[in-house]
Write a protein that binds this ligand. Sequence first.
Ligand code: M6R
Length: 615
Amino acid sequence: MCGIVGYIGHRDAYPIIVKGLQRLEYRGYDSAGIALYDGTDINLSKTKGKVEDLRSKSKSTISLKGSLGIGHTRWATHGVPNDVNSHPHYSNSGDLVIIHNGIIENYGSIKKALTERGYTFTSDTDTEVLVNLIEEVQKTEDVMLGQAVQIALNQVVGAYAIAVFDKKKPDEIVVAKLGSPLAIGIGENEFFIASDASPFIEFTNNAVYLKDEEMAIIRLGKEIKLRKIQNDAVAYPNILELQMNLEEIEKGGYDHFMLKEIYEQPRAILDTYRGRLLADQGLIKMVGIDQHLEKFLNANRIIIVACGTSWHAGLVAEYIFEDLARIPVEVEYASEFRYRNPVITDKDVLIAISQSGETADTLAAIKLAKEKGAFVFGVCNVVGSSIARETDAGAYTHAGPEIGVASTKAFTTQITVLTLLALKLAKEKGEFSESQFHEILTELETIPAKVEKALESNALIEIIADVYKDSPNCLYLGRGYNFPVALEGALKLKEISYIHAEGYPAAEMKHGPIALIDEHMPVIVIATKKGHYEKIVSNIQEIKSRKGKIIAIVTEGDEQVTQLADHVVEIPETSESLSPLVTTIPLQLLSYHIAVMRNCNVDQPRNLAKSVTVE
Ligand code: M6R
């Protein structure tokens, strides 16, 4: 839930760390800090606010010299966001300095014990307790930093990705990981440490992703060796060659990452099915599934677990799997599933969906399902993420880095992967004739162009946004495949514009929410031709007769709804099962423009973080 960056080598550490932290701000942005070793001492600066605030503060308060440093951008868990609680944290002697992403659950008892031994604490954080525990171990056991970190971590309960250095030994940084991500970039006699590879991608393509319960002593002039935290077993690092490029993680002329990512969807969807969808051969090739086809075909049911937008993609997948492949599906919030003692057997297949691949609740749900013998399949965007590694098999979405906190291209690419999977299973089960199968594959190939067309409504949507930007509430309605899209539209609006919004199945409206409708209530209705059109028209009539304002997403050439609605946004005709990939586009744009008009921080909405690596 925080971003960490570190550098040791021959360059100036400051610009690398600050720029890296800015790239990681999607992980948290309520405070930031940096510690640099200038050859004699540690210079530390930290502040409540963004990395930009840190940049201004540190320029005037500390020396920016040094080729060894660590930095942090925070999403507060323990202690309010303020200067003191920001990372890095010193140990009492001032020799050690640490950054930490995660939570030390038993920090209270450790703090008490350390206090009894004379330690004092300036912050409310669990992290300051950890760095002092390491110092205490160093002193009492008379060991080097690496060993002290190892012993200390064996005493803590919780999750962490940490980087710590000792000014008495300024040629090394010690890192460790459990539950939070940590990558090490390997350059020519230099090393980079970060929560993901984006801070170092312009310097090196070679990276090692630490596994859970692994640590490393990163020493200049030496090769990296990984060590298990529980024992001294040494692991040889698996050095990966990264595919990411710098352009992908910069805004490329757009005002916000969210807008860039909305516009990337035609390309992202294409990348998701490229090489997998072979319409001319009537084939879907997915390496992650081919070897495990029997697991899916013999499954009693599929359980989908996810959170937030990924959960909405899971709901769309429920319609797809049941409708096309005739496999029973249950969709669960990972946070509920993990704690409710679910009945799971080895005949179940669990699909975990996660953009980041780091969501703590989803990870815990996976572990639970594995313990009970289920086969676990992951749908992730971030390559090498914890969920990608924890699952038995999986398929990447290939959406490219998603930086905006509000998920957009993650949603459509997740649906694309899940559609491919459902179609493959449907074909294997004989649910389709060859010609039906060919028809739907061919249609899937038209989706990027249809999304492109839907994006052409941007100017119109901006005008609609201006009309409703001050509404305190908004209702989103859809039916069938587009009910989850209504939920997703409402989530997008509330998380970036702070307008209260609710998504509902259109027919449920009469069971309660209709009471909310008056002339001040904007109701966004997905009313495309395919899929319960006449029923939706009736729902729109019900809203109209109560003076609600209707913004309808309709199929090109629509007449009936167009006559009733206050505003219509046309999208190209699409089969019902593929329609969420297109209907969601106007809703993303609407929330984006409303948020911009309300002067909200679109890419970094308040109180949120891109990956939720805590419970
Ligand atoms: O990385 P994940 O897909 O596991 O993240 C799940 C949710 O935290 C995420 O979708 C969140 O709801 C987004 N802010 C929605 O835009």
